[in-house]
Design a binder for this molecule. Structure first.
Ligand code: ATP
Length: 234
């Protein structure tokens, strides 16, 4: 397994936010974590990434326990995190933004080079000299994902990558995520856009009020109008 999350409980101060959350992502598999606004998706990713230590539970990455480790250490082990707020450097060009993210992967390999990323995201190659602050929302999202790939992660945590993007850009993003999977990158995709996530991911978890309310094959969930209506904003 690329990622195993087993029975985690997370708190912000005194507020108990995650209740016994368990989920798994296989090697080179894409898994969706769906849920409404405020359901606990971002908190789950932040806990995996080490920004928040769970009070209970265990998190393993490729069999190694990472619970409670620091984010920089977790990143170095091979987990990339693309947060919801696209954190690009507005005063740096596209190329400079990518150079800043560059590091060899946990296995010492450098799977992604700038040239390969431009092949995956052709728009970024065309905009190479443009400052990050002048990019459109979709271009910024692609730059954020491309920059985290420059760190050569084996597992990518994506927090609502389709948010605020036009449908054609979402389609392009879907193609790119599929290619990443073919490259062997494992993906945990948090989304409110269930159509987008169900199309890309074999397995889906639904989180509701900080607890996993449903887990199953995405193909089954698509047929299950009752569950879709009960837990997702449709
Ligand atoms: P969204 O799509 O809105 O980001 P989400 O599913 O990612 O939703 P979270 O951001 O994980 O949800 O939020 C889960 C719960 O934790 C919400 O009730 C939210 O109000 C609460 N919460 C989030 N951040 C904090 C914080 N820093 N302090 C206290 N409570 C927080």
């Amino acid at each position: 397994m690329a990622l195993e999350v087993i029975g985690i409980h997370s708190y912000y101060g005194l507020s108990h936010i995650l209740f016994d959350v368990s989920l798994g992502v296989g090697e080179a598999e894409a898994v969706a974590l769906l849920g409404r606004n405020g359901a606990g998706k971002t908190t789950t990713l932040r806990t995996i990434m080490g920004f928040l230590a769970p009070r209970e539970g265990t998190i393993r990455f490729r069999g190694k326990e990472i619970t409670g480790r620091d984010p920089y250490e977790i990143a170095r082990m091979g987990i990339g995190h693309v947060p919801e707020d696209r954190r690009i450097f507005p005063n740096l060009t596209v190329r400079e933004n990518l150079d800043v993210g560059s590091k060899v992967g946990a296995n010492g390999k450098r799977r992604w080079t700038i040239e390969r990323l431009y092949a995956l995201f052709p728009q970024l190659g065309e905009l190479e000299q443009r400052k990050g602050g002048y990019l459109s929302g979709g271009e910024q999202q692609m730059l954020t994902i491309a920059r985290s790939l420059m760190g050569n992660p084996d597992l990518l945590l994506l927090d609502e990558p389709s948010e605020g993007l036009a449908p054609v850009v979402v389609e392009a993003l879907a193609r790119q995520i599929r290619e990443l999977k073919q490259e062997g990158v494992s993906i945990l995709l948090c989304e409110q856009n269930s159509a987008f996530a169900l199309e890309l991911c074999e397995h889906t978890y639904i989180i509701e009020k900080g607890a996993i309310a449903y887990h199953g094959a995405s193909a089954d969930l698509r047929q299950n109008a009752e569950v879709m209506r009960a837990y997702l904003a449709l």
